[in-house]
Design a protein around this ligand. Structure first.
Ligand SMILES: [Zn+2]
Ligand SMILES: [Zn+2]
Length: 464
């Protein structure tokens, strides 16, 4: 007996824009409400009307703080959502700074576009949302601990499991009651890699009727973490020997802390000389403080190493705040290690660092995260000879390193292992992967475990 429907409104045959709508007998539930990122039409897509009435949504579950899952929350509230936003304690701490930073970017973008439009005799452009809208949205957030099963009323019980992806990330278990029956759906959220620095490995779920499963790396394998650290050390050593700088584009939340943690370990072990690492991102500074304020979520090693309340005891970490401090970094020509966002080089302070270093053969750009199609990061990784940065052509002469083992995502083998923990045979909806990765992964799951799989199209709806 069906208890309702699930509709795939984002991250369907693509990675970004996570948003799933459950229509149940007594209410409507959203899981995530994220930005579309990385495509040339992202800006327009994030402004498209919602496929549902925000006023009609009772609950929103947020699996983690990354913007491809949380980015549209303020818009949802602005357009009338007045239910509860339920997430884990650490995610609740992270989304404030994250969404305020996002609102600032929206405001600046709108200002720039308005000037352009007004000069042409057109209308001013409204920001997608403002810092004021974020402040309106944050009081709707409720926090819950991992493992706590909560009855939300309306026939809905829920529980977050640690997804091991970034601090606070969760897989979401929902028990949904319908006429005389109950169904259990698990949303994997973004699943972390085993051995991700600082946080715990993903918690395995063992039973569900349906699983909505991410597949970012559904068709690929990572290198092991010892190779990853060695490669990072090699990249820095060779760049320093050539007299260049090292740039690491990284998400402010998650990847930045992972990189600092590993660099600290490398210096501590003597693999790298004493270093100063500059984190050129006010958001990353806040996120690092929030990481350090949640030792209860650390793995064993991090509990030992981060005891002093600092992200590193062997490296010197410098956080820059103002634009002037950030610009001053451009004067450094060698031995700088600069970590800045955005992780895919779309906007953020990494832009001006690329402009000053990308054309210099003695420098290195180290990619430590997934680069989506259509992003500047992806063009550099794919070997572009020159790229356009803020309308200026810049030659790509720096050495480009892609260190996949840093990824905060499980690879194909680990995704399969996560699914193999199910003792029954759930129906699996494969999402949050580029089409080829999602299709390849779905095929493999069918072959290996005999589970029924679907790779939903955007907007497709299924009875559950
Ligand atoms: Zn994520
Ligand atoms: Zn994601």
């Amino acid at each position: 007996m069906s208890i309702g429907t699930i509709r795939f409104l984002g991250a369907a045959r693509t990675v970004t824009g996570s948003c799933y709508l459950l229509t149940l007998p007594k209410g409507k539930v959203l899981v995530d409400c994220g930005f579309v990122q990385g495509s040339s039409d992202s800006r327009d897509r994030n402004r498209e009307p919602f496929a549902f009435d925000p006023k009609g949504i009772d609950l929103l579950f947020l699996t983690h703080a990354h913007l491809d899952h949380s980015g549209l929350l303020p818009r949802l509230v602005k357009e009338g959502f007045s239910g509860r936003i339920i997430t884990t304690t650490a995610t609740a701490d992270l989304i404030g700074p994250m969404l305020l930073d996002s609102a600032k970017i929206q405001e600046n973008d709108a200002e720039r576009m308005s000037r352009r439009s007004l000069r042409k005799g057109g209308e001013p452009v409204e920001p997608l949302y403002t810092t004021g809208d974020v402040e309106q949205a944050l009081p709707f957030v409720d926090r819950v601990k991992y493992g706590q099963v909560v009855d939300a009323g309306k026939g809905i019980r829920y529980c977050f499991l640690d997804a091991g992806h970034i601090l606070g990330s969760g897989s979401l278990a929902l028990w949904l009651a319908g006429a005389g029956s109950e169904k259990k759906i698990i949303f994997s959220g973004d699943i972390g890699k085993k051995g991700t620095p600082i946080i715990n490995d993903p918690t395995l779920a063992t039973e569900a009727d349906y699983v909505v499963m991410e597949s970012t790396y559904g068709d690929r394998m990572h290198k092991n973490s010892a190779d990853t650290a060695a490669e990072l050390a090699e990249a820095i050593t060779t760049t320093f020997a050539k007299g260049g700088n090292v740039l690491i584009p990284a998400f402010a939340i998650g990847r930045t802390q992972d990189v600092l943690y590993i660099l600290n370990r490398l210096v501590r072990e003597g693999t790298l000389p004493k270093l100063t690492v500059t984190i050129d991102s006010p958001l990353a500074k806040k996120a690092t403080q929030i990481y350090l304020s949640h030792p209860e979520l650390f793995d064993e090693e991090a509990v030992r190493l981060l005891r002093g309340g600092r992200i590193g005891d062997a490296i010197t970490v410098r956080f820059t705040q103002s634009i002037e401090e950030s610009m001053a970094l451009n004067k450094i020509t060698s031995r700088a290690v600069i970590v800045a966002g955005s992780g895919m080089c779309e906007g953020g302070r990494i832009g001006h660092h690329l402009k000053h270093n990308l054309w210099r053969p003695e420098c290195s750009i180290i990619f430590v995260g997934f680069q989506a199609q259509g992003t500047l990061g992806r063009r550099i990784v794919d070997g572009a000879r020159s790229v356009s940065i803020w309308g200026e052509e810049v030659a790509v002469r720096a050495r480009v390193w892609t260190i996949g083992g840093f990824s905060a995502h499980a690879d194909q083998k680990e995704l399969l292992a996560w699914l193999s923990a199910f003792r029954n045979r759930p129906t699996v909806f494969v999402t949050h992967g580029e089409e080829s990765a999602a299709l390849a992964f779905a095929r493999l799951v069918g072959e290996r475990y005999g589970f029924t799989t679907y790779v939903p199209e955007m907007g497709q709806e299924f009875e559950v």
